[in-house]
Design a protein around this ligand. Structure first.
Ligand SMILES: Nc1ncnc2c1ncn2[C@@H]1O[C@H](COP(=O)(O)OP(=O)(O)OP(=O)(O)O)[C@@H](O)[C@H]1O
Ligand SMILES: [Mg+2]
Length: 220
């Protein structure tokens, strides 16, 4: 399949600021009247949201393989139902987490074999790989503190936020290792900078890489 849109993913551990940056970027795209599709992982399709609920709120520990296959099931549906059609139509696609989350969380932090993760991811996404991935990198404990502060009464027991502290260190290291292996796709950002300065940096990077696609006839 030939993609025509631009696929942007945001990665990083809990609380690093992915949703904050995505909101800022989508506001810019809206102001510029540019078409975009926003997706979060797991979820965004009807079945994906059910899988998200299972993953987040199942009160017993899921074994790592179960986690891997549930994430992959959600992703396979998302790619075929939403992302591929949107990219074919020339839209921006913005994803709050994508394949790198699986590689890091299930591969590095849960110790599943790398070739298994690769194989499952390859079948789930086919050729739907992000054009650019912003990694919001920061001290794992600080990020977690941010996430816990933000946690609301409706979201009291997210399983992923109840891991031992060294889990988050592994996640951070895992992301950085992945980014080093694919420097042409990843952009590593210091997530301790202010939200505004991060938004400006992200926009500048996107405008430099895709000046035509981000241009607006109305100014911004
Ligand atoms: N650059 C920043 N500096 C300080 N605080 C920030 C920054 N970016 C986001 N925050 C705050 O940190 C908290 C977590 O941010 P956000 O929800 O965007 O993170 P996230 O990466 O989406 O987390 P999760 O993985 O849990 O969805 C929020 O309360 C947000 O307002
Ligand atoms: Mg978020």
């Amino acid at each position: 399949m030939r993609q025509r849109g631009i696929f942007i993913s945001f990665e990083g551990s809990e609380g690093c600021g992915k949703s904050t940056q995505i909101q800022s970027l989508t506001e810019t795209l809206k102001r510029r009247s540019l078409a975009f599709v926003l997706a979060r992982e797991p979820g965004s399709t009807a079945i994906g949201e059910k899988i998200r609920h299972l993953l987040k709120y199942t009160p017993v520990a899921l074994c790592p393989h179960t986690e891997l296959f549930l994430f992959a099931a959600s992703r396979a549906q998302l790619v075929r139902e939403i992302l591929q059609p949107a990219l074919l139509a020339g839209s921006f696609v913005i994803c709050d987490r994508f394949l790198d989350s699986t590689a890091v969380y299930q591969g590095i932090a849960r110790n599943l074999p790398f070739d298994l993760i690769q194989c499952v991811n390859r079948h789930a996404i086919e050729d739907c790989v992000p054009d650019i991935t912003f990694l919001l990198d920061m001290d794992a404990h600080l990020a977690l503190k941010r996430a816990i502060r933000r946690r609301t009464a409706q979201d009291p027991c997210d399983r992923m936020e109840e891991e031992p502290p060294d889990f988050y260190e592994k996640v951070r290291k895992g992301y950085l290792e992945r980014a080093e292996k694919e420097p042409e796709r990843f952009v590593i950002l210091d997530a301790e900078k202010t939200a505004d300065s991060l938004s400006q940096t992200i926009l500048k990077i996107l405008e430099a890489r895709w000046p035509f696609q981000l241009k607006t006839p109305y100014g911004d």
